[in-house]
Design a binder for this molecule. Structure first.
Ligand code: 6PG
Length: 227
C-alpha cells in the first residue's frame, strides 16, 4: 500500500514549523484571492495547530474573505475551555478582523448525532473546503477519525463519534469525504511522541490519514526522527 506522505517538509523545531505553517496558509489564501471571492478553511484542535494559530495572527490576510470551519469538535457545552472552537477563538479568531458570521462552529453542544447532521447540511451548502488543517494523534487519529474503523465507504461530510479514546468520548468529526474534497490538506505534526504514528503511516498501515493522498505534511525533527 502506498503511504500518504505526498509532500513532507521537516523543520528543526516546533516553533519554526508553526511560523512556516502560518506563512504557508497566508500564501495559499492570498494566492486564491485572485481567482475566488471566498476562502474556506477548516481548523484542527490540538496543541500543534494552536501554535500555528498564534503565528497566523501576525500574517497579512484579507479576513473579510475568509470563512472558518472546524475539522472536529468535542461534545461539550458552548464556550467550554476544552472545545476546539474556544481554543481557535482564544489563539486566533478573537485577535483578527474576521466578521463573526464567517465563523461556522459545529453545534456539538446539541449532541453528536444532531450536530453532525446539521454540520453536514451546512457543509453541503457552502461547497468544498479550500484548506483543511489537521493534526495527528499519538495513536494515528486525525480530526476525530480514530484508528480501528474503516472509513473508506463513509459518504457523510460530518459524522457523530462516540467512545473516542481521547476525551471527551463524544465528538463530531468531518468525514473523509469532506477532507478528500478539500483542495489542500495541511498536516501539522510535532514532538517525539508522534514518531510511532508516522512510522506506522510510512509502513502503509491503514490509519485514518492514510486515505488522504493529497496532503502536505509539516513535521518537526523530533516527530520525524523520534528524538
Ligand atoms: C482534537 C483534535 C485532534 C488533534 C490531534 C493532535 O480534538 O484533539 O482535533 O485531532 O489535532 O490529537 O493534537 P496535538 O497537536 O495536541 O497532539
Amino acid at each position: 500500500m502506498q503511504h500518504c506522505f505526498n509532500i513532507v517538509t521537516v523543520f528543526d523545531n516546533a516553533q519554526l514549523l508553526a511560523r512556516a505553517a502560518a506563512s504557508h496558509i497566508a500564501q495559499l489564501a492570498n494566492r486564491a484571492a485572485q481567482e475566488q471571492p471566498l476562502y474556506r478553511i477548516a481548523l484542527a484542535g490540538g496543541t500543534t495547530p494552536q501554535s500555528c494559530y498564534l503565528e497566523l495572527r501576525q500574517e497579512i490576510l484579507d479576513w473579510s474573505r475568509i470563512h472558518i470551519y472546524f475539522g472536529d469538535e468535542r461534545c461539550l457545552p458552548e464556550g467550554d475551555s476544552q472545545r476546539n472552537d474556544r481554543m481557535a477563538e482564544e489563539s486566533l479568531l478573537n485577535h483578527v478582523p474576521i466578521p463573526s458570521g464567517q465563523i461556522h462552529p459545529i453545534h456539538a453542544q446539541w449532541g453528536a448525532e444532531l450536530a453532525a447532521l446539521d454540520y453536514a447540511r451546512r457543509l453541503l451548502q457552502s461547497g468544498p473546503l479550500d484548506l483543511a488543517i489537521l493534526g495527528l494523534g499519538e495513536d494515528g487519529h486525525t480530526a476525530s477519525l480514530f484508528p480501528g474503523q474503516d472509513y473508506r465507504q463513509e459518504p457523510r461530510l460530518a459524522l457523530p463519534v462516540f467512545h473516542a479514546p481521547k476525551p471527551p468520548p463524544e465528538r463530531v468529526s468531518l468525514g473523509p469525504a469532506a477532507f478528500l474534497a478539500a483542495r489542500h490538506l495541511l498536516f501539522l505534526v510535532t514532538g517525539a511522541s508522534k514518531h510511532d504514528a508516522l512510522v506506522r503511516l510510512k509502513r502503509g498501515e491503514a490509519l485514518p490519514p492514510q486515505q488522504f493522498k493529497h496532503g502536505q505534511w509539516f513535521v518537526d525533527q523530533a516527530a520525524w526522527n523520534g528524538s
